[in-house]
Design a protein around this ligand. Structure first.
Ligand code: NAD
Length: 276
């Protein structure tokens, strides 16, 4: 797809990876709709997109809310004329042990990170299918390719589901003329720490352990990768291709051995019940 002259909608587009993609697509000639809950940052991105000479619509939109998504979709299509690129990217993180997390805590993360993606894709699909063109980008994580640690069970669960949903979408949409891209970032420098929550435990210091992480990449680099994938109609985008590919290969070859190697690699979690 030639991005020039296209219209892109990005949830969570006011910050981090979403903002970086909005700006890169605007640089390449796209008009931008940002759907986010952070009004201050929605306004900041407006200035940045308009400085690039592109049209911009910022909508306060909570991806957990059906009416918000439908209102945003209608506003995007009526203001911009049509929508070509739909990036479902809004996401949050939660640390917490599976035995302590309440169902309300599970619901918080699954509503944003999983149902938020499904809700947004579902809202725009009829519009894309009617025209038999367009591109869907879903932001998952390396956490959706393998369980990278024991301290983010909610996050890993949501991201595995986004990976499955996106793969199923690719099988369905590709033959119908609609491109699909799965973004699985490793560590990226963004504002995600601001919205992250601790679930199921009161004292984070007793729970957090040092977990080896890859070198973070700047958010600005990710928008370029996403825009390149849309232009080239590529499915999988990684920020840390060497590390993620090696893990996926090992996981694909022998799941028993892979899980055992991950357990051996990670420091032991505290047993909060036994340790008192
Ligand atoms: P970020 O916090 O900088 O940006 C996320 C944006 O989503 C924010 O503007 C926030 O206001 C918005 N948002 C949060 N809840 C929302 C809701 N209910 N409705 C609408 N908008 C909402 O973080 P980021 O790192 O750019 O995250 C973008 C995506 O990338 C997320 O899906 C995240 O899981 C994924 N990701 C991030 C990393 C990383 O290391 N930063 C790694 C892998 C995957």
């Amino acid at each position: 797809m030639d991005v020039d002259g296209k219209i892109a909608v990005i949830t969570g587009g006011a910050s981090g990876i979403g903002r970086s993609t909005a700006l890169e697509l605007a640089r390449r000639g796209a008009d931008i709709v940002v759907a986010d809950v952070n009004d201050e940052r929605i306004a900041e991105v407006q200035g940045e997109v308009e400085a690039l000479g592109r049209r911009y619509l910022g909508v306060h939109c909570d991806v957990t809310n059906d009416a918000d998504i439908e209102h945003m979709r209608d506003a995007a299509i009526s203001t911009m004329g049509q929508v070509d690129i739909v990036m479902s990217n809004a996401g949050v993180a939660m640390i917490g042990p599976p035995e302590g997390l309440s169902m309300a805590e599970w619901d918080w993360i699954l509503q944003i990170n999983l149902y938020g993606v499904i809700r947004n894709v579902r809202a725009f699909l009829p519009h894309l299918l009617e025209r038999g063109s367009g591109h869907v980008v879903n932001t998952a994580s390396v956490a959706g390719l393998f369980a990278y640690s024991w301290d983010h069970p909610t996050y890993i669960t949501a991201k595995f589901a986004v990976v499955g949903f996106t793969e199923a979408l690719a099988l369905y949409l590709k033959p119908l003329g609609i491109g699909v891209t799965l973004l699985t970032p490793g560590l990226v420098e963004t504002n995600m720490g601001e919205t992250a929550r601790l679930g199921g435990v009161d004292d984070i210091s007793r729970w957090i352990r040092e977990i080896p992480l890859e070198t973070p990449v700047p958010a600005d680099a990710v928008g370029v990768l996403v825009a390149d994938a849309i232009s080239a109609d590529r499915y999988h985008v990684m920020t840390h291709p060497a590390e993620a590919s090696a893990k996926m290969r090992a996981r694909g070859q022998d799941l028993d051995a892979f899980v055992a190697s991950q357990i051996a690699l990670l420091p032991m979690p505290p047993n909060l019940y036994r340790e008192g």
